[in-house]
Write a protein that binds this ligand. Structure first.
Ligand SMILES: [Zn+2]
Length: 185
C-alpha cells in the first residue's frame, strides 16, 4: 500500500500561505522532524526509519499548521462578524474547501493553508457567513462582501488554482498518517 503513494522529489515546490518553499529531505540521527527555514520545507527522517513516503510527514505538518492558522483567524473573524461557532474540524475532503454544519461546526480542508492569506480569509468569512445565512442568497453574498470586498477575486483564485493544491498531496489513508511520529515546528 505504501509503495502506491507517489513520491515527491527533493526540490519540488511546496506552497504554504501563498509562498513557495523548496522540499528538502535529509536523513540523520537527529529526531524525525518537519520544519520551515530559509525558503525550504525540510523533513528529517530518522536514520533507522524504513522507507517512509515523504507524503506522510508533509500531510501531518500541513494539518498541524492548518489547525493553528485557521483556529486563530476564525476567532478573529467571528469576533468581527459577531458570530458564534461551535467547533472547528480540519478535514481531508477530496474536492471541497469547507462547510458549515447545522450544529454550527465549521469544517475546513487542510490544503487551504497552501493558499495566500487573503484567499484563506475569504473561505473563513464564507463559512462563518453560513452561520447566519444557510444558503447562497443575495443576503449571504452581501454579508461576505462586507468583510471581504474583494471576494470575487479570491473565489476566482480558488476556481483557477485550487485544483492544483489537490494534486500536490492527494488523500492518503489515516492509518498510514498515524503510523509514524514526526516532530513539528
Ligand atoms: Zn457556501
Amino acid at each position: 500500500m505504501i509503495k502506491a503513494i507517489r513520491q515527491l522529489p527533493d526540490g519540488h515546490p511546496m506552497p504554504y500561505l501563498g509562498q513557495e518553499y523548496t522540499l528538502k529531505t535529509t536523513t540523520s540521527m537527529k529526531k524525525p522532524q518537519v520544519k520551515i527555514d530559509t525558503g525550504c520545507l525540510t523533513i528529517n527522517f530518522y536514520q533507522s526509519h524504513p522507507q517512509i513516503p515523504v507524503q506522510i510527514p508533509l500531510i501531518k505538518w500541513y494539518r498541524v499548521q492548518a489547525k493553528k492558522y485557521i483556529t486563530c483567524r476564525i476567532a478573529f473573524w467571528a469576533e468581527k462578524m459577531q458570530l458564534k461557532y461551535n467547533k472547528i474540524f480540519i478535514k481531508d475532503q477530496e474536492s471541497r474547501w469547507g462547510s458549515c454544519s447545522t450544529l454550527n461546526n465549521l469544517n475546513f480542508n487542510w490544503r487551504i493553508v497552501m493558499a495566500p492569506p487573503p484567499v484563506i480569509d475569504y473561505l473563513l468569512i464564507h463559512e462563518l457567513a453560513h452561520l447566519k445565512e444557510m444558503n447562497h442568497s443575495a443576503r449571504f453574498w452581501s454579508l461576505v462582501s462586507t468583510y471581504d470586498p474583494n471576494y470575487t477575486e479570491h473565489q476566482k483564485w480558488l476556481n483557477d488554482k485550487g485544483k492544483d493544491l489537490f494534486v500536490i498531496l492527494p488523500k492518503i489513508p489515516v492509518a498510514l498518517l498515524n503510523s509514524v511520529h514526526f516532530y513539528m515546528d
